[in-house]
Each structure stands twice: as C-alpha cells, then as structure tokens.
Write a protein that binds this ligand. Sequence first.
Ligand code: SAH
Ligand code: SF4
Length: 428
Amino acid sequence: MNVHDSEKIAGILEGMGYASCDSVENADIIVFNTCCIRETAEQKIYGHIGAVKNLKRKNPNLIAVVCGCMSQQEGVADKIKESYPYVDIVLGTANLNMLEQAIVSARKKKKYYNVDFMQYREEDFNQSRTSYPNAWVNINYGCNNFCTYCIVPYVRGREHSRPMQDILREVRQLLDDGYEEITLLGQNVNSYGHDLQEGETFAKLLHEIGKLEGKFRLRFMTSHPKDLSQDVIDAIAQHTNICDNIHLPVQSGSNEILRKMNRRYTREDYFALVDKIRSKLPSVGITTDIMVGFPEETEQDFEDTLDLVRRVKYSSAFCFVYSRRKGTPAYSMENQVPYAVKKERITRLLACQNEVTKEISQTMVGNCYEVLVEGANFRYQNTMCGRTESGRLVNFKCDDSYIGKFVTVLIERASSATLWGKIVKSED
Ligand code: SAH
Ligand code: SF4
C-alpha cells in the first residue's frame, strides 16, 4: 500500500516539474512516506527526519515533507511541529492530493500541516509507476475490523470502496499501456462493495476484470479469512488470468489468542476455509502473516501456531514479533510477553516455515511453470527473477530484454525459499 502511495507522491512531484535524484544532498524536496504498523518502523523514521536539520543548514530552500500512516497517528503532527520545526509539510493518509498546494505554500516559507480525512480520488493526479510489469490498483481504503493489536483502522480511517467503474477504467488503461500484471489493493479486499449498491461485490469485480481481453495476470491482497466467500473462490477458478495465489493472514493458530485479537474466526474455521480453497484450486499457493508474542500468548498457544503452519503448508509466510501500538486495545492488555520469549518464538516459527517451504520447493524441482519476468536479481550477474502463478519467486539466467515477458521455466534446483531454473520457452 505504501509503495503504491509513493508512486502517487512521485506522480504529483513529476507533474510539478521535479525529477528524482540519487542522494539527499542534491534534493530540493525530501518526502518521508511513513509506516507505523510496528514500533521499529517508527523509530527509523524519526532518525531520518532528524537528519534533515543538517541538510537544511546546507540548503535553506530544501522542503521536508512527512506523510503516511505515522503522521496520521493522534498527536504526531503536533509532535513534529514542536520537536522537528524544520519539517515544512505534514500530510495524512487521505489527503495526498494536497501535496502540490502544500509545496507551493512551503516555497513561500509557509508551513503546511494538515491531517484531515478527505479521501482523495485516484483520478485527481497522475501516478509515477515503478513496478512494471506489475501495477498496483487501490480498490478499497481503510479498515473496519479493529483487530486489537492493529493501528491501521486508526490511521487509514473507516473502510470505503472505490467505485467499480473507476477501478475498471484504470485497469483497462493499464492493460492498454502494456502492464502484464495487476494487483488489487485493500486492507480487506473481500469486503469490497459493502458500502456500494447491491451486487457490487469483490467477486463481481474479479469477474469484470477476469473477462477483459489479452494476456495478463490478476492478483489481490489482502484477504481477511472471515470474509473470503465461495463466490470469490469460484471467480478465481473460472478465469485463467486470475492467479491461483491467496494471501490469507492467519495471525495465530490458537483459538484463545484469535479471540483476544478479535479476528472473528477459529483455527477450525480457517482449516475448513483452506480445504474449501484447495478443493476448488488444487495448485493454489497460500501465503500468510503470523504474529508471535501477542499478550498472554502461552507456550501451548504458540505450539498451536506451529501446528497450524505445518498443517496448512503455506508457500511462504511473513512472520512478525508483536509490537505494542499506543491507542490499540492490546496495548493495555496485561501479561505482555517478554522480548526474550518473543525472540525465541520468532526464531522457531521461521525455522518451522522454512522446513515447509523447503518441502514444497523440492516438489517443484523437475517441473515447468509459467513465469512473468519481473526484473533483475542484482545479487547475481545476468540473472532475472519472476513469479509462478502461485506466487513463488524463481531465478533464471537471461538478460533484461525479457522483463515483462511470460516464459516457461524448468525448475532445476531449490534451496529452501529460492528456486532456480532455466527458460525452456518464451513468448515471441
Ligand atoms: N489488513 C491486513 C493486514 C495489514 S497489516 C490483514 O488483516 O490481513 C500487515 C500485517 O502486519 C498483519 O497481517 C499483521 O501480521 C502485522 N501486524 C499488524 N499489527 C501489528 C503489530 N502491532 N505488531 C506486529 N505485527 C503487526
Ligand atoms: Fe489491521 Fe485487522 Fe484491519 Fe488487517 S483487518 S488492517 S490486521 S485491523
């Protein structure tokens, strides 16, 4: 979501005649597009903002902007105003469209602080996309779920859906422009349309995009397990251009912890959902987010998570240490888990998922998969990478003229998460 917001920020700046530069010393404007999902993200940002003071001594016309989730948090805009007076502009998550006006004011040495919620329209400005062959497309904003650990509903506001016609127009344009992959974005894509007219659902949106002509891939994230309907699973099965890949964050394998997290499903519900998905989409790749060290998580709760990971067999998992976020209900829960225990658990969780990924990787060796070439793997010479339909990243030798092409890759070897192969067939 933030990467895509950065594309919007870059689009606005380019529209004003700015271009990106390689070093902060040469910049006329520095924009910090912040995240506050975990404490570490926030700490890093304050360090970077502090460095602006010196840069401004060298270049008094430098304009410093802080925007994104952190600046939307209660009290943060005031804190920046007081403690970091050299910041010229503070914007929130829903008023990015004010950036141009704010810069015009900052050029006249007038500071601009505004974190009002006034959801902008994507159509109001150009975007400077950086992720070809993929293009990110927002479909809904905000979140109404209030998981007890999560800051997102407070900094991204109430959930609301973008009109379907606007989304379809943008997707058609992107396909005309040559993008080969579209990724629909929302905190909970499955509840798309709940605030629109009857029948305007996520499944309908998938059908509408799935019907579009031409070869391309459609992905989406994120799916909340409580809202993933049979209609959505059927739409994925029906359209070959919708990837058999579902990001389905589970967070924990313990019913007690899931209840305290306010996730509104049990591990049994989750297993049943996974079975339902796999019975319709046998080669689906399921990925997830998992958290360790939520308040009161016992060793048994954690072992339930390990057990779930082994049973579901995720192709990959983003694993996090629970981070206390001020303003959320879990912040003030008793029995916060000590850091040493969290650290020990995350190490065990990562090792467990690693074993699962390795097992899946081994089954892929010797088979061929269609891969969309995404870009260079800079760690190796003349090596590109891309994803299988199920979402697994594969490395193979070829030059960058292949970027954006669909190729067939034979998987030759696998080292846990990394797959290596060779191109056996390429389009044109
Ligand atoms: N809307 C998505 C998640 C967005 S946040 C969903 O519900 O699935 C991405 C991930 O960050 C979450 O899935 C969760 O695993 C993690 N996360 C959120 N709040 C966190 C916190 N306070 N500490 C650690 N991880 C957190
Ligand atoms: Fe956060 Fe839960 Fe909303 Fe996801 S669904 S953004 S984890 S509150």
